[in-house]
Design a protein around this ligand. Structure first.
Ligand code: KG4
Ligand code: ZN
Length: 330
């Protein structure tokens, strides 16, 4: 069964083709246009998707030697994300579906991030705890199977990725902020500045990163001579240690031995390097690097799992910018 995956929720245009447990094609085009604004400009993102999608789709057909009618299922991100960007992807998918009489399925982007871990490691078994850390979300989920998720905790304000992006802007680094802070922090001293960690009373599974960002702003303003590598390393370490501490508490609470880390922040090498220190004796799974940040493969893979359960979407489906993870669970 050949499944096309289309992802356009934010500033990456991505297409993948998945067939019988195998990924035949997967390309991601990141919009460079936003770099000069230091963040995503929604209007420009929609225009980029409209421009890039047809090119990527043609490239996908060419490289997999297929014609559109040979695609069995079209999957597309239905939410959450930027409204205009979601509409670009959904309109393209609906056009393809109607023109070629191919069934369509709307996919929840966050749920797709969680299942990217099974795409990376097919031996991953339920139940597990997922730390979902992206640009818009920071959540801890107890995952018991497809569509069986319990929210254990989430952020009250900024997401972890957002804390990286806003922190990078304060430090005058580029966008997206995560990779920039990681690069800058490489030879820095993680213990140089004691940045705050919020809501750390025992077993509190909520997050808050807005105070940390403010504290970085004031520190940088008043200590312009401190080595920027030390500031970046200390700031990164405060975010990562908070995430890992809460992940560890959530494993205790659920009696789980396995955890997965999903979303763009899962690409962070400091997180990958120190995770085992916080979670000794636990099985920790990170998705392959190419499945951490937004991609079409995770959309096509989740569509594959849902299609095995006979779930499809009507062609007139709406997009949901604030879609919740279990909004359409089967
Ligand atoms: O999952 P994703 O690609 O898009 C959303 O669904 O939001 O995540 C993007 C976020 C951005 O905030 C970006 O700064 C962060 O992931 N990110 C990282 C790294 N790579 C991407 N954060 C920390 N370290 C990284 N290496
Ligand atoms: Zn994402």
């Amino acid at each position: 069964m050949k499944i096309l995956g289309i992802e356009t929720s934010c500033d990456e245009t991505a297409i993948a083709l998945f067939d019988n447990e195998k990924l035949l094609y997967s390309k991601v085009s990141s919009h460079l246009i936003h770099k000069k604004y230091g963040g995503v400009v929604p209007e420009l993102a929609s225009r980029e998707h409209d421009k890039i999608l047809p090119k990527l789709f043609k490239d996908c057909l060419k490289s997999s030697k297929l014609s559109p009618v040979e695609i069995d299922l079209i999957s597309v991100t239905q939410g959450p994300g930027l409204a205009g960007s979601l509409i670009s992807g959904a309109s393209f998918a609906k056009g393809l579906s109607l023109a070629n009489k191919i069934p369509i399925i709307g996919i929840n982007h966050l749920e797709a991030h969680i299942f990217a871990n099974i795409l990376s490691d097919p031996n991953l078994k339920f139940p597990f705890v997922c730390l979902l850390v992206s640009g818009g979300h920071t959540q801890l989920w107890h995952v018991n199977g497809l569509g069986k998720y319990k929210l254990l905790g989430e952020t009250r304000d900024d997401a972890a990725g957002e804390a990286f992006d806003k922190g990078a802007r304060i430090l005058g680094l580029g966008y997206p902020g995560g990779p920039e802070i990681e690069k800058c922090a490489k030879n820095g001293n993680t213990k140089k500045i004691n940045f705050p960690k919020a809501l750390m009373s025992k077993k509190n599974l909520e997050f808050s990163f807005s105070g940390l960002k403010t504290s970085l702003l004031y520190y940088y303003r008043n200590n312009s001579k401190t080595d920027i590598a030390d500031i970046a390393a200390s700031y990164q370490s405060s975010i990562i240690e908070t995430l890992l501490q809460k992940l560890s508490w959530s494993l205790d609470l659920t009696n789980c031995n396995t955890c997965v880390i999903a979303g763009g922040v899962a690409a962070n090498s400091h997180l990958r390097n120190i995770a085992h220190k916080f979670l000794p004796k636990k099985k920790i799974i990170f998705p392959k690097m190419e499945f951490c940040t937004d991609n079409g493969a995770m959309i096509a893979y989740l569509a594959y799992l849902y299609s095995k359960n006979g779930k499809f979407t009507e062609i007139d489906f709406k997009i949901y910018p604030n879609m919740k993870i279990n909004q359409y669970a089967v």
